[in-house]
Write a protein that binds this ligand. Structure first.
Ligand SMILES: Cc1ncc(COP(=O)(O)O)c(C=O)c1O
Length: 399
């Protein structure tokens, strides 16, 4: 390996770049997780994380990647053979479905084209037809990281209510938490699944279940086997600032710093920043004459943009060129999108200049890899950023 000057651009849609402040926060001695210093820190973190999920109910923290929290959501609330309704929004919805089947659930997949989020009307229709309430849970991926489409969670809640269906509502926010507006309580979600390595700007290794009273009630009679993932012991110990097994202490230090940083910027400002970067990226894609994968403008993600390759050109060759020439990692197309799309992550610890550097790398990469495109993507993105900046200055002046 030869030394590569400058920072690597990690522009995959998670893990995202870990800011120095979080690295510094984690760079401390691991302490006794049964002692008073840990207890005080854990109480702060367990209270703070609720504000990020926008809930007043408990949030359970696992030392696990997001997949662990997917499993925890299901095994704590459901019984063997229960039917779960899921929407085929992309690869992550497909993986959650596979996991559900492996733990002993039955699934029904509302078909999708991997270019749209979950369809509230289709969910409502299916629930209305389920008059004997065989469906025990509805599961939706908020930000489908394989496609860059955002599912309308509040609308899905409305559809469940309109069908007067008692199913639990579970939402995966692994790639949206701390980046896109998300309201566990207001949107009536029973279990929200989150992860540390995206909007929370932490390394991989923590994942979350935010729970509702209804979900906790369901966990009392749920029949799927569980031990490590069980909520009961976790909730009991968490109430006093402790965990039933060794917690990921240093990641919790980092989480405390991440929560502080998100509030210092302000959650609304964080969400607006991600929306702005999504819009600027799409302007660049349009200027290049390329197509964004997500087909519904109302569902475009502020976290990532999946770009379709023109005329049979391979996305992986482009990513390889960009990595070797500019030391930037872009997200690969997953499963049936392999080699057909590349994904630009614009989430987490990310600002206007990081975006311009990222898009500059993509534009130079398109040229270097011989991908047919027009120039001017970076200019188009800068115009969107400039318009957003003058809009916010005008708003400040009016205040
Ligand atoms: C939306 C979504 N769900 C689930 C997962 C799986 O999480 P993990 O890889 O942390 O287990 C990911 C990972 O990228 C994701 O983006």
């Amino acid at each position: 390996m030869t030394y590569q000057p400058g920072r690597h651009f990690l522009q995959i849609p998670g893990p995202s770049n870990v800011p120095d402040r979080i690295l510094r926060a984690m760079d401390r001695p691991t302490i006794d997780h049964r002692g008073p210093e840990f207890q005080a820190m854990a109480k702060r973190v367990l209270a703070g994380i609720k504000t990020i999920f926008q809930t007043t109910n408990p949030v359970i923290i696992y030392p696990a990647s997001g997949t662990g929290a997917w499993e925890a959501a299901l095994v704590n609330t459901l019984s063997p053979g229960d039917l779960v309704l899921m929407s085929e929004t992309g690869q992550f919805a497909s993986l959650w479905k596979k996991l559900a089947e492996r733990v002993g659930l039955k699934t029904e997949f509302l078909p999708g084209d991997w270019r749209h989020g979950a369809d509230p009307a289709a969910i409502g229709e299916r629930l209305a037809a389920d008059t004997d309430h065989r469906i025990k849970a509805v599961c939706v991926v908020h930000n489908e990281t394989s496609t860059g489409c955002v599912s309308p969670v509040a609308e899905v809640r409305k559809a469940i209510d309109a069908a007067r269906h008692p199913a639990l509502f579970m939402v995966d926010t692994i790639s949206s938490l701390g980046s896109l507006d998300y309201r566990h309580d207001t949107w009536g979600v029973d279990v929200t699944v989150g992860g540390s390595q995206k909007g929370l700007m932490l390394p991989p290794g923590l994942s979350f279940n935010a729970v509702s009273d209804k979900a906790i009630a369901a966990s009392k009679s749920a029949g799927l086997a569980r031990s490590y993932w069980a909520w009961d012991e976790m909730l009991e110990m968490n109430a006093n600032g402790f965990f039933p097994f060794t917690p990921a202490t240093n990641l919790l230090y980092g989480l405390e710093a991440a929560i502080e940083m998100l509030h210092e910027e302000g959650l609304d400002a964080v969400f607006a920043r991600h929306r702005r970067h999504g819009a600027a990226t799409r302007a660049a894609v349009e200027a290049w004459g390329l197509e964004v994968l997500c087909a519904d403008p109302a569902q475009h993600s502020g976290v990532l943009t999946a770009v379709m390759m023109p005329g049979g050109k391979g996305a992986d060759a482009l990513r390889k060129t960009i990595l070797s020439r500019f030391d930037m990692s872009l997200g690969a197309g997953l499963a049936k999108l392999a080699d057909k799309v590349f994904r630009i992550g614009h989430l987490g610890d990310f600002n206007d200049l990081t975006l311009i550097g990222t898009l500059g790398g993509v534009e130079m990469g398109l040229q270097a890899a011989g991908v047919p495109h027009r120039k001017g993507g970076v200019d188009a993105a800068m115009a969107v950023l400039a318009a957003a900046a003058s809009g916010s200055e005008a708003r400040q002046a009016a205040e």
